[in-house]
Design a protein around this ligand. Structure first.
Ligand code: 3PG
Ligand code: MG
Length: 347
């Protein structure tokens, strides 16, 4: 894994620095609902402040607005950022996606961002798979460096692509095989055991395009309809009643997966085992989260918004070796792709 040159090597004293962070956080009632990504962006900002930067222009996208949209203003993010790191030298720019040039990687918008700045620090790992003005074009206009979070993400995720300690167990879930196919093929082929839960297990049972055998659920929590309070019960996979839906892995599968995870030396987990937002179908995802967290001897990495949310809700995130702030970005990296926002920063 190539790690681009670090912000640690930059001479920032007295300089105006443009920082691209990924502050794309969930909002609820006009406030930040989860500040994980804001906190993860602080070490780079603190370093720049400590090294005497004159001013720091922080930019990020928020959501997927089509043009200027009051529901996606950065104000709530700015409020939280200022609480966590009150310093007048930091200025948070408005949502980069308010400018139609951003997602087109437009050089004109990149020039606007770069205007008045001496150097560029990219710390937005979660957006590094996007070739946008604020993640790609701008890095060609200013001396560009990798922020501390970006570096750490590349180091930790990159470890999974190198010589891993074995057994290497990959556990994956979610609704669609298509979304995970690249990762499953690239990383799954290198793993000793691949455990699959979620709706995609059903797809794989019918047609397995992976090129290797995965461990699929033996039992499921079935529901009569797709509702949080639907009639439900545990069934061996083959005995799910006609018309019922498998909405979680069953208890036998949970033990099987937990046993495999307990013996692992390297773990990557992405994607929930069931519809974990609904308590009757949350046990499978919980069991996996607990099994990954309980294995202190393993190097464990978790990526993807749903799995990370499950860990946070269970208070287990600090027992994981690396919890990635990237969803799509972590998957693309682990598919073996070069991320545009990383490729553009020199070594
Ligand atoms: C994410 O949350 O996955 C990143 O911030 C990228 O956002 P996007 O998928 O809207 O480009
Ligand atoms: Mg995304």
């Amino acid at each position: 894994m190539r790690i681009p040159r670090s912000v640690r090597e930059a001479d920032v004293a007295g300089k105006v620095v443009l920082v691209r962070s990924d502050l794309n956080v969930p909002l609820e009632n006009g406030a930040v609902a989860d500040d994980t990504r804001i906190r993860a962006s602080l070490p780079t900002l603190r370093l720049l402040l400590d090294e005497g930067a004159a001013a720091i222009h922080v930019c990020s996208h928020l959501g997927r607005p089509k043009g200027v949209d009051d529901a996606y203003r950065m104000a709530p993010v700015e409020t939280r950022l200022r609480e966590l790191l009150p310093d007048d030298r930091i200025e948070l720019l408005e949502n980069t996606r308010f400018n139609p040039g951003e997602t087109k990687n437009d050089e004109g918008f990149a020039r606007e961002l770069a205007n008045g700045c001496d150097l560029y620090v990219d710390d937005a790992f979660g957006s590094a798979h996007r070739a946008h003005s604020s993640t790609e074009a701008v890095a060609r206009l200013l001396p560009a460096y990798a922020g501390l979070l970006l570096e750490e993400e590349l180091r930790n995720l990159g470890r999974l692509l190198g010589d891993v300690e074995r057994p290497f167990v990959l556990v994956s879930g979610g609704a669609k095989v298509e979304d995970k196919l690249g990762v499953l093929q690239h990383l799954g082929g290198r793993a000793d055991t691949v455990l699959i839960g979620g709706k995609m297990a059903e797809q794989l049972r019918v047609d397995n395009p992976l090129g290797f055998e995965a461990v699929l659920p033996v039992d499921v929590v079935g529901a009569a309809e797709f509702e949080a309070d639907a009639e439900s019960g545990v069934f061996p996979v083959a005995d799910l009643p006609e018309g019922w839906l498998g909405l979680d892995i069953g208890p036998e599968t949970r033990s099987l997966f937990a046993h495999e995870l307990a013996g692992a030396k390297t773990i990557f987990w992405n994607g929930p085992m069931g519809v974990f937002e609904w308590p009757p179908f949350a046990e499978g995802t919980k069991a996996v989260a607990e099994a990954v967290a309980a294995n202190h001897g393993a190097f464990s990495v978790v990526g993807g918004a749903d799995s990370v949310r499950a860990l946070n809700e269970l208070g287990l995130a600090d027992r994981i070796s690396w919890v990635s702030t990237g969803g799509g970005a972590s998957l693309e990296l682990l598919e073996g792709k070069e991320l545009p926002g990383v490729a553009v920063i020199p070594s």
